[in-house]
Design a protein around this ligand. Structure first.
Ligand SMILES: Nc1ncnc2c1ncn2[C@@H]1O[C@H](COP(=O)(O)OP(=O)(O)OP(=O)(O)O)[C@@H](O)[C@H]1O
Ligand SMILES: [Mg+2]
Length: 355
């Protein structure tokens, strides 16, 4: 099972806690400079023209700010916001009801848009392109399609798996923003900001330590801040400082790189196979998880930190992975010439062990 403490997926506790610390405007957003700049241009020009901007697709691993950005888009446009998700739209009729009730200029946010049902997806195409939907009334030979107008709106779609989107769907977005993992210093700023909002006393060393162990993910950073605060209140001085951060993160089994139990299990499974290559489905079985979770949540971060590499024949553990787990790097096994092309297994850690 995914470790609830460092999992990038939102737990129930997060949902309430996240509301208060969510940045509300583009200017408040920390990090994601590229997407922020691109969105700023898109929204400013739409505001000047006085018409809704192109449809926006946001993609990236869980917890990096897709929902936050969707809310920001609506706020920057001073537009109404409707929120739904792919899995919630089971029938085309569900979607038609949402679409025809939109007001001019509204932002419609569809989370997990890659999981929308096929008939609904096709309805969405015509709504996105022509602001029109055909609603089928009746069944069998007597069924008729009634064309209905949809007010001009902006769709903001979010996906953790842009690779799963169909071509026609992807083509209908005028802007695709790819969210990236955050650097430790950006996470440090996010933690300091959240601490201010939550009225948690914190030192610079405290936010640095939590930031570099937050797995590149603001959701995890905010969650670890709450856990270290608990520790500081119960066993420490009440201040989130370096000592409290180190002690609390040890209690919660968050390692030096912020890897969670599943990340470590993946690395161990690879290493048990001599470092790989191991195929995704075999790897998923070995760690008792869904292949989707391994691919969506674990791999992006392990790739980013240079602990895992993808090769045409499967996933391999890099020498950094062996070292991270405290194991000697076997000569010639990993880091040898076993996989052609791709990333060099010798590449340095992007997140080094030292701050
Ligand atoms: N750039 C940022 N600056 C400050 N805080 C951020 C930023 N991005 C995200 N956060 C915080 O991280 C939390 C998670 O972000 P959000 O819910 O937007 O992630 P998500 O990408 O939608 O995740 P999921 O894929 O699970 O839906 C938010 O509560 C927000 O407070
Ligand atoms: Mg979200």
């Amino acid at each position: 099972m995914t470790d609830p403490l460092v999992s990038a997926y939102a737990a129930e506790e997060d949902q309430a806690a996240e509301q208060s610390v969510r940045p509300k405007r583009l200017a408040e957003l920390i990090g994601q400079h590229r997407v922020r700049e691109q969105l700023d241009l898109l929204l400013q020009s739409a505001l000047r023209r006085g018409s809704p901007p192109d449809h926006i697709l946001l993609s990236g691993p869980p917890g990096l700010g897709k929902t936050t950005l969707a809310m920001i888009v609506a706020a920057e446009l001073s537009a109404g916001l409707r929120m739904t998700s792919g899995p919630a739209i089971e029938r085309a009729g569900d979607l038609a009801a949402v679409l025809t009730s939109l007001s001019e200029g509204d932002v419609l946010f569809i989370d997990e848009i890659h999981r929308i049902a096929k008939p609904a997806e096709e309805l969405l195409y015509s709504a996105m392109e022509d602001f029109r939907v055909d609603v089928v009334v009746g069944k069998g030979p007597g069924a008729t399609a009634i064309p209905l107008d949809v007010e001009p709106f902006t769709l903001v779609g979010a996906t953790t798996r842009s690779g799963l989107l169909t071509g026609p769907m992807r083509d209908r977005f005028g802007f695709v923003g790819q969210l990236e993992f955050y650097d430790p210093d950006e996470l440090e700023l996010i933690i300091a900001r959240s601490a201010r909002i939550l009225d948690v006393p914190i030192t610079d060393e405290g936010s640095t330590e939590i930031g570099r162990r937050s797995r590149g993910t603001p959701r995890i950073a905010n969650r670890l801040l709450r856990r270290v605060r608990d520790y500081a209140e119960v066993r420490g001085t009440g201040v989130v400082d370096l000592a409290a951060a180190k002690a609390a993160l040890a209690v919660y089994d968050v390692d030096e790189l912020g890897l969670d139990r599943l990340d470590r299990a993946v690395l161990r499974a690879l290493i048990r196979q001599g470092g790989g290559p191991v195929g995704l489905s075999t790897l998923a079985v070995a760690v008792g998880e869904q292949p989707d979770t391994v691919e969506e949540v674990c791999e992006p971060f392990l790739l980013r930190t240079g602990l895992l590499a993808r090769t045409p024949r499967g996933r391999v553990a890099t020498p950094s992975a062996w070292r991270h787990l405290g194991l000697p790097v076997p000569a010639g096994t990993v880091g040898g010439g076993s996989h052609a092309g791709g990333t060099s297994p010798q590449m340095p850690d992007l997140f080094s062990l030292e701050p």
